[in-house]
Write a protein that binds this ligand. Structure first.
Ligand code: BES
Ligand code: ZN
Length: 457
């Protein structure tokens, strides 16, 4: 216990410095989706590598076919459990930039929150583990567990080069349990352990019509208009009852058990304030399911972007040459990403009017995950969260996806503890993303205690 006290003291004494270092990290515009930021991606990887070394890990930058993976490790005691920690240094695009109160890559503290793209997803949350490890190694000279730390740069684009890394380094990456902080608390003052995530598939569909934009008076009515057609096609992905209409979509869906429905119904959920926080007047979703069930345990289909034709000011009378939609489906156990992708192709092909050419670009996919919360590792996490946040965690599922979780299970046979310190109101993927400094410090303390409790077993 003496060791834990000196770790806590180190964290308190260095809390301001940790925030400043995090701000430095947030100044790097590491947007993985846009190749214009390639130099910043390399810079962010280097920053993480330096931070791992500062924390006392042996760290290196491992190239991939995409952006590099940063890997660090430290063996404390071969008899102690080995923990694999994962995080990502890439962030979502900052758009729409004009909606930010302060620029996305100029971090600023306001009202107890640190504002910047990546503040919570995932640089801030990832930083809690770097800082807790640093506190252990610098204040006690060691660590209670062996640590293997993977930080990748392609999570926000589907982690397409990560499985290869896991396969190539299977032995080196062997671990007893994985820890990821890339989810959210259930609400303010309600930290959570997340036992389920949805999977996802993403694809882009382009419809091509005439070889170039044409006068809509001269030619309109005689050939199919790609924008009209694509809008009608994506309009048929979900019906008025919120059911996805892609044939075969629900074939492998595991129904929610009555027991789980009862558990979810027991979580406090205020629909009115939920709607208000989103600026929406009414919920809409699959008939027969509650809002939490729809968000966490039922599959969906969403158009993320739809474009084609003239986008500038004033009218322009054309039949556009093409139209494009970006589509994602969120998946639940046991839906298979490849089967769902194939089902989307088949369905859209069947809806495509004559004379138009349909092109697909499949972007990424990962399976949903539900993990068992009964084990001793989850018990250690509960104690650590209570130490860090002052209250015991609730158990929740989440609707977002973290591709590595399924890969860790399939490739390395490791289960993951999803310990989120953020809040879903932190504007992740939105303008004015932020991280409550309180959550940052509580999360760091919980992380430091987690290494202690995991070693206790
Ligand atoms: N951190 C999120 C996932 C998340 C957020 C889970 C909040 C639970 C609660 C992660 O960085 C993310 O956004 N992932 C992508 C993955 C996709 C691109 C494969 C997602 O879910 O859209
Ligand atoms: Zn994330």
């Amino acid at each position: 216990m003496a060791a834990l006290q000196s770790v806590d003291q180190f964290l308190s004494e260095n809390s301001q410095q940790s925030v400043e270092q995090l701000q430095e990290f947030l100044r790097i515009a590491s947007v993985s989706a846009d190749s214009a930021y390639a130099a910043e991606m390399e810079q962010a990887a280097q920053f993480v590598c330096d931070e791992m070394q500062r924390a006392g890990l042996d760290a290196e930058i491992v190239p991939t076919d995409g952006y590099p993976i940063v890997y660090g490790e430290k063996t404390a005691d071969p008899a102690a459990p080995t923990v694999l920690i994962y995080g990502h240094y890439d962030v979502q695009p900052p758009d729409p930039v004009e909606d930010w109160v302060t620029p996305p890559f100029e971090p600023e503290v306001r009202n107890g929150c640190l504002y910047a793209r990546g503040a919570t997803d995932n640089k801030g949350q990832l930083f809690t583990h770097l800082k807790s490890i640093e506190a252990w190694t610098r204040s006690t000279g060691g660590l209670p567990v062996n640590v293997k730390f993977i930080v990748e740069g392609e999570e926000e684009c589907g982690s397409n080069n990560l499985d290869r890394f896991l396969q190539d380094h299977r032995e080196r990456l062997a671990a007893d349990i994985a820890v990821i902080s890339d989810t959210s608390q259930y609400g303010p003052g309600m930290p959570a352990i997340t036992y389920g995530l949805r999977g996802v598939v993403a694809c882009e569909v382009t419809l091509r019509g005439p070889k170039q934009d044409l006068h809509s008076g001269v030619f309109g009515g005689a050939i199919a208009n790609p924008v009209n057609a694509l809008a009608a096609m994506v309009g048929r992905l979900v019906d008025e009852q919120g059911k996805v209409t892609i044939p075969g979509f629900y074939d492998d869906v595991q129904p929610i058990t009555d027991e789980e429905r009862a558990q979810l119904a027991n979580l406090p959920f205020d629909e009115a304030s939920f709607l208000e926080s989103l600026g929406v007047g009414e919920t809409f979703g699959e008939a027969g399911y509650s809002t939490l069930e729809r968000r966490w345990a039922r599959p969906t289909c969403d158009v993320n972007g739809l474009f084609g034709g003239y986008q500038g000011e004033g009218p322009k009378t054309i039949v556009p040459a093409s139209a494009t939609a970006k589509i994602t489906c969120r998946l639940v156990p046991d839906q298979d990403p490849e089967r769902i992708t194939a089902a989307i192709h088949t369905y859209l092909k069947s809806l495509c009017p004559p004379g138009l050419k349909l092109e697909f670009t499949d972007q990424h996919g990962c399976r949903a995950m539900v993990v068992d919360m009964g084990g001793t590792y989850a018990a250690a996490a509960r104690k650590a969260i209570e130490a860090g946040f002052g209250v015991a965690p609730v158990q929740i599922r989440e609707g977002g996806s973290i591709p590595v979780v399924a890969s860790l299970r399939e490739i390395l046979e490791i289960d993951t503890l999803l310990l989120g310190w953020g809040r879903n109101t932190d504007n992740l993927h939105s303008p004015n993303e932020h991280f409550h400094l309180e959550d940052f410090h509580h999360g760091t303390r919980a992380s430091a205690h987690l290494w202690h409790y995991l070693a206790e077993k």
